[in-house]
Design a protein around this ligand. Structure first.
Ligand SMILES: *[C@@H]1O[C@H](CO)[C@@H](O)[C@H](O)[C@H]1NC(C)=O
Ligand SMILES: *[C@@H]1O[C@H](CO)[C@@H](O)[C@H](O)[C@H]1NC(C)=O
Ligand SMILES: *[C@@H]1O[C@H](CO)[C@@H](O)[C@H](O)[C@H]1NC(C)=O
Ligand SMILES: *[C@@H]1O[C@H](CO)[C@@H](O)[C@H](O)[C@H]1NC(C)=O
Length: 689
């Protein structure tokens, strides 16, 4: 890939030129900067593959795909200009000395010419119980400048975004404007030819982008990158002028800059707030109970227009920071209490990524949470993707799981899917939930029937919403009937690990189906269908006894479950055992848990335990954490310790991958999973009682 070569060269230059930075709690493969939904997803590559080690000055931020979305920070100290963010070539890079991440924040501390310190905090707020705030697709950048050497210095601060933010095609023509609302100055940038619900290279080709600030002593300017940044370098201020030559993104690179005169800066920090975000009135289309309809972003139901939304978000900074700090502390204390500091490395890195794959849509009266299967093919609302992600949603607010399931029930219950098993996804590509009326989705019958039933029960157990179970019992029974037919001896089919191919009699998949049957029994019991409950439970108990004979190699030392019934020399991560604890089915004897806990250490590599014997090194981090959650303490800590060490050591520089090689920590060749919501599965330990 051409990026790698370029990245390596730049990486070397930068690491030679800069001081060493500390990284707490670890140096992630890629650092989230502004990550709020599938389209506001701006990261900073840090691993060596095409990142520079995690140094904000000297390299461009990128969309999760790797496309550059230039975001620049300059600072002029006593007349001399330095870069504190991004890779503009004409300025000397300042020296980053510290980096830290929490669940919602990435914080860089950067020293400039030994004179001042710039502290840049990127806050992508998450409010799982407050949908008004959560619905907004905006993110904060707060910049504090203070004297480092005790002297006062004359300081001007500069930042811009380029038109690269607005489209995945550099030939797209950008249009722009600037304005003011409620004392907030903004640049507005959009693709001239709006293409509703369309993507290019995973980027949205519709909607308006905003870059805003309420700083005093402000000047602004649009124009070519050289012109606008050059004006700042020369004068420390911009021309309050607008370039009216609307043109292609890559034609003389239009940028949208702000300069702030901070005046004489001493040891007390001068603080400036910027916000960046995307306003799309229509977010998705959905084939539901009332046919196919465009569905608005949920924020449109709370605000009269996008400027009102922007104004609310900008002025909400102090409350939003407070809520975010509260959330950060909760994740930190719960994670450390559950499994120590290594565990916090994983959970806190997953939060923005998991929430960054979903968006609230609809109205306050009827809303949904839609999810993009980021990176693995862009499918809409994939069940076996929000299933591994679901622990983070149960942890923060179980209603979010209902909002993910709702569109599936609605689509299938209104007759839009012909198969008797559960659908895999609601559309081939986000943001189009157009369904699969022809039944030709990527079939994973046992996987998705099991997932839906288990998630539904886990939701009801955490909310006591038994009415919801009643509402959907007919289709749940339909899926349970399928599991009776096909869960003990699953026909040749895909499991969620589709990259590994089709296989018959998968031990781990069968386990999901069987637990799904016992979960159906519990659902039936919750709504008073006691005869059904008894019947499903009898079948599940019969199956689980047979499953132990078929799926375990008792002769090996240590003994273990096998990948597929008919091959004793196989093994794999038995991650579906997690379900037995998630919904307290208590179907599987403790001896199976103990056996797997004793077995995993015997097949571990440097960075983890391979997924299964179809490939010597591939593994899935989300499933490792599912295994860890139900393992002995020692084996749990092994899984978590290896994956946490991988975070800091991997050369991978794309957002937190769930699929990697256990020997050298690299990407699996040809399957570069990145930024996938499944990393919400890091919260698996925190939702077990
Ligand atoms: C979604 O569907 C619309 C037609 O309704 C189409 O124009 C658009 O390209 C589709 N988007 C994606 C990402 O496939
Ligand atoms: C699945 O396992 C059962 C039980 O061992 C066996 O009878 C059957 O042939 C296997 N199916 C396939 C397709 O291998
Ligand atoms: C139990 O369920 C199976 C499968 O649906 C059905 O064939 C059988 O009649 C049921 N038995 C009872 C006693 O309800
Ligand atoms: C059984 O699994 C092993 C390990 O994956 C594999 O090498 C072997 O070919 C398999 N045997 C059969 C008969 O499929």
């Amino acid at each position: 890939m051409h990026l790698s070569l370029l990245g390596t060269v730049c990486g070397l230059l930068v690491s030679l030129a800069t001081a060493q930075s500390t990284f707490k709690p670890a140096r992630p493969p890629s650092i989230p900067l502004a990550v709020r939904n599938p389209y506001l997803s701006t990261w900073f590559p840090a691993g060596s593959q095409f990142g520079n080690g995690g140094y904000l000055p000297g390299q461009w931020p990128r969309f999760w795909t790797g496309q550059i979305v230039a975001w620049t920070g300059l600072v002029r100290v006593d007349g001399k200009t330095f870069t504190w963010m991004g890779g503009p070539s004409d300025f000397e890079a300042a020296s980053q000395v510290a980096f830290e991440y929490t669940s919602t924040k990435s914080i860089f501390t950067i020293e400039v010419d030994d004179k001042v310190t710039v502290k840049a905090t990127f806050l992508s707020p998450i409010t799982p119980n407050d949908f008004k705030r959560q619905s907004l697709i905006f993110s904060y950048l707060s910049v504090e400048v203070s004297s480092k050497d005790g002297q006062n210095h004359d300081v001007q601060l500069y930042t811009d975004i380029s038109a690269e933010w607005i489209s995945g095609d550099l030939n797209s023509v950008a249009q722009w404007d600037s304005g003011e609302v409620d004392g907030i100055s903004y640049h507005k940038v959009w693709k001239q030819n709006q293409q509703l619900l369309t993507e290019t290279n995973d980027r949205a080709e519709w909607g308006n982008w905003y870059y805003s600030t309420d700083a005093g002593g402000l000047t602004h300017q649009s124009g070519s990158d050289r012109t606008v940044r050059g004006a700042f370098r020369d004068k420390g201020e911009l021309g309050n002028s607008k370039d009216t030559d609307f043109r292609a993104i890559s034609n003389d690179w239009p940028v949208f800059g702000f300069a702030v005169d901070l005046g004489s800066v001493g040891s007390s920090p001068a603080s400036t707030l910027f916000t960046v975000g995307l306003a799309q009135e229509i977010a998705i289309q959905f084939l539901g109970a009332n046919g196919l309809n465009n569905v608005p972003s949920l924020w449109t139901d709370y605000f009269d227009n996008e400027l009102a939304a922007l104004s609310f978000f900008h002025k909400d900074f102090s409350e939003s920071s407070r809520l975010s700090t509260e959330l950060d502390s909760k994740v930190a204390s719960d994670s450390v209490a559950a499994a120590g500091n290594n565990y916090l490395i994983l959970t806190s890195l997953a939060v923005r990524q998991a929430f960054g794959a979903v968006q609230l849509v609809g109205t306050q009266a009827k809303h949904y949470l839609f999810l993009k299967e980021i990176s693995s093919n862009g499918n809409m609302q994939t069940v076996d993707v929000f299933y591994p992600a679901s622990p983070i949603f149960y942890y923060f607010n179980p209603e979010l799981v209902r909002l993910l399931l709702d569109p599936h029930f609605e689509n299938q219950e209104s007759g839009h899917y012909p198969n008797k098993w559960a659908i895999h996804d609601l559309g081939t590509h986000y943001p189009n939930a157009t369904g699969h009326a022809d039944g030709n989705d990527e079939h994973m019958p046992v996987e998705e029937c099991g997932n839906n039933i288990i998630m539904l029960l886990a939701y009801a157990q955490r909310t006591d919403n038994n009415d919801y179970l009643k509402q959907h019992y007919t289709i749940v029974k339909q899926w349970a009937e399928y599991l009776i037919e096909d869960s003990l001896l699953p026909a040749e089919q895909l499991s969620t690990d589709d990259f590994a191919g089709h296989l018959a009699n998968q031990t781990n998949l069968a386990l999901k189906g069987i637990i799904g049957l016992e979960a159906t029994a519990q659902i039936a019991s919750r709504i008073g269908e006691t005869a059904d409950a008894k019947n499903y439970s009898n079948i599940a108990h019969d199956y689980i006894a047979k499953w132990q004979d078929l799926g375990i190699n008792k002769a090996d030392n240590p003994s273990h479950t096998i990948l597929t019934y008919n091959n004793a020399s196989t093994h794999g991560l038995l991650y579906n055992l997690y379900n037995d604890r998630l919904v307290n089915t208590n179907l599987v004897p403790q001896s199976v848990y103990d056996m797997q806990s004793a077995f995993y250490p015997s097949v571990k590599d440097k960075y983890g335990v391979p997924l299964d014997t179809r490939n010597r090194y591939w593994t899935k981090g989300d499933w490792e954490i599912f295994c860890a959650a139900v393992a002995s303490e020692e084996t749990r800590d092994m899984f978590i310790g290896d994956y946490a060490r991988w975070v800091g050591e991997t050369p991978v520089s794309t957002p937190f991958t769930d699929l990697y090689n256990t020997n050298d920590g690299t990407h699996v060749a040809g399957i570069e999973f990145r930024a996938r919501p499944v990393q919400g599965g890091m919260f698996a330990l925190l939702v077990l009682k």
